[in-house]
Structure formats: C-alpha cells, structure tokens
Design a protein around this ligand. Structure first.
Ligand code: MRU
Length: 366
C-alpha cells in the first residue's frame, strides 16, 4: 500500500474499494493492525466480509454499510447463472447473514435494505444482469457517502472558529467512511478554509479507536492533535482547552437521541457541565426514523476479553465479571446540533429532524 505520508495533507484514505466486475472482490484496510501496519485484506466471500465487520477490521457506521453492500456482491457470486428462485433465495440468505455481524450502526441495515430493494426492482432480468445492477448500487452507496462527507465538512466547519480546541471521541474519520469522515470531515474542512484547530482525541477504551486511528489520521494529515485518556476529558475542559466537541454517530433515533461509541454520553455530560457545545456529525443514512427514542437502539455487547486481555496482555484477574457495551446513547437534550449533509439540525428536535431527514429515509426492516 502507499505510504500516506507521501500524499497531499488532506487526501482522503481509501478505506475500502471494489476490484473488478461482478466476479471481482472487496478490498479494505485492516484497521485492527493500525497504526503499526497499513495493510489491506481481500474479501472474496460473505463469511470474510462478516468476520471483517464483526472483528472491526472495517468499522465506523458508514464504512460498515458500504462493506455490507459490497458483501452482498461477493455473496451472490455463486448464483450468477442460477435461475430466479435460487438467485433471490441466496440474496436473502446473504443479506440476513450480513445483518447479524453487528447490531448498533443502522447504516448496515440501511445498505442491506437498499441492496435488496434494488434487486427486487430488477426482477425479471437474468441473474448476472441483476448482479451487475447490484454492483452499480454498491458503488453508488460508496460514492454518495463521499459526497456526504464533503457536505458534512462544509456545514460543520462554519460552527468552529480559528484557534479553537475541539475534543473528539472514537474515530469518525476517513477510516470510518469512504472519504474524509464525518466528525473529522469538519476538522479537515475547517483546515482547508484556513482555520487552525487544536484537536484533543480521547483514546477510546477498550479498543483505542481514538489512539490507534484518529490520532494516526490527524497526524498523517498535519492537523494538530493531542491524545488524552478518556478519563482526562473533564480536566481538559476545566482548563479551558476545548471550546467544542464533535463526534460521529452509529444510529440517531427520530427524536435525536444518538448512539455512538461507549464513552460519548459521558463526554456530552461533561460538555454540558462546562457549557461547551456538543455536536454530532452524521449522514442521513445514520438516522433511523423507525425508532422513536434512543431506548430502542440495540446496544452491542462485546467480548469481555477486550477489557481483560486488551491487545494481548492480561490486565485483570482471571474469572473477573465484565460488562462491555460497545455503544451508549446520548439524549437529544445534550446535543447542541446535528451536522448532516443536508445542513445543521438545531435545535435537535423530532420536528426539525423530520423536516430535514426522515422524508426520504424509509424505515428499515431488521
Ligand atoms: O465500534 P466502532 O469502531 O465501529 O465504533 C465507531 C463509532 O462509534 C463512530 O463514532 C461512528 O460509527 C461514526 S463513524 C463516521
């Protein structure tokens, strides 16, 4: 792979892509190996795509959705010349299977529903032709995400002033999307418009997406970034080092309650206590109008060993009880504004969200 330090400062990272035609394959950066190694893996069957999503080789809500869309394309390669019944049976099987890889980010279900609808709309054609239409749809989802990142960056950058300190949690950057991110897009767009920001990146326990991915991405692209442990955010705010918080999202309920990486809710509470605006940056594919409030958002529970044996070293007593939710829900009342590609949602209310987002975002069937 190319060394990103040779790229122009704000060149987006190619997190994932498709090689070839309908019989081609998905390739992606293996994010579990960053920041030590920048290596790609190839996914040539649905099982490899499922494993890559489940084990966070590809992660971040938009990237998961795009990977799943391409996952459908690899999953149907064994029925390209099959009859209609076998083709659609396999399509449903692959989509249902990929939907079990992770439960919280709605982009996964959104992309799979979109792929299924595309296939059913093409009914009557030869299977190979439908597969071609599906590949074009996956590429379209990928391309739309690029545009969304750019628009989010443009809208979000207007909320930040030159010289500000900004805190972010987890990784909502180029690695989590097809372009230069959602939360990080705001920082990149601000930098492109000549503003200097000082970013504080929470390390993001237990899997360290902030330390391994956000710190790496920002450093590679010449943005001033300081890494802190999650537990330092309050002190950093009290010292007046940050004037805004920007995070991504995994699922936004109809009322604006937002699921994001575990620890986001604590950051939002701290921001409120210090009178600091708390912004969420997310594309419309992250909104779930079928869910009224955040109480209904399924929260992924992950392997206790991520806490007791993080990165290969035992750090807790054998047999200890562990609770490891991967996400939490920040209530809408703590969110100053949501930045999406269609504009800035402020105040964060059911009505304002419905006006901007819900109209052309149908409910998903999970
Ligand atoms: O478990 P992860 O690493 O997939 O969690 C990712 C996040 O919580 C991101 O903030 C979110 O998906 C937005 S990415 C643009």
């Amino acid at each position: 792979m190319t060394d990103p330090s040779h790229e122009s400062p704000l060149t987006p990272i190619e997190t994932l892509g498709w090689e070839g035609g309908v019989e081609g394959h998905l390739h992606m950066i293996d994010q579990t190996r960053l920041p030590i190694e920048l290596v790609e893996i190839d996914c040539r069957d649905a099982e490899t795509v499922w494993e890559a999503i489940q084990s966070l080789r590809v992660r971040g809500a938009p990237a998961i959705g795009i990977a799943a869309a391409y996952g459908v394309c690899v999953g149907i390669q064994n029925v390209l010349d099959a009859d209609e019944t076998r083709f659609y049976t396999r399509l449903e099987e692959v989509a249902t299977y990929l939907a079990t890889s992770r439960p919280t980010a709605v982009n996964l279900f959104w992309a799979l529903e979109r792929m299924k609808k595309t296939a059913w709309d093409a009914r009557g054609r030869h299977s190979r032709e439908i597969a071609e239409i599906l590949l074009a749809e996956a590429r379209q989802i990928h391309e739309e995400d690029r545009q969304m990142c750019r628009a989010i960056g443009r809208h979000g950058a207007t909320l930040l002033a030159d010289g500000q300190g900004v805190l972010t949690h987890c990784n909502a950057g180029g690695l989590a999307t097809s372009d230069y991110g959602t939360a990080l897009a705001v920082f990149f767009a601000a930098a492109e418009s000549g503003k200097t920001l000082h970013i504080y990146a929470d390390e993001t326990r237990p899997l360290l997406q902030g330390a391994r991915l956000t710190a790496w991405e920002l450093q590679q692209r010449g943005i001033d970034v300081t890494l802190i442990c999650d537990s330092m955010a309050a002190q950093v705010m009290r010292e007046g080092r940050v004037q805004a918080v920007v995070t991504g999202a995994d699922r936004i309920a109809a009322n604006g309650d937002t699921a994001n990486k575990i620890g986001t809710y604590s950051v939002a509470l701290l921001a409120a206590a210090h009178d600091i605006p708390f912004y969420v940056a997310a594309p419309t594919s992250t909104f779930d109008p079928a869910i009224a409030t955040g109480h209904e958002i399924p929260i992924e529970q992950r392997d206790p060993r991520e806490i007791t044996h993080g990165f290969g070293r035992q750090t807790a007593p054998e047999g200890i009880k562990v609770y490891n939710p991967a996400f939490d829900v920040t209530p809408a009342r703590l969110i100053t504004a949501i930045i999406c590609e269609k504009g800035i949602i402020q105040p964060v209310s059911r009505e304002r969200i419905a006006e901007l987002v819900a109209i052309d975002n149908p409910p998903y069937h999970k």
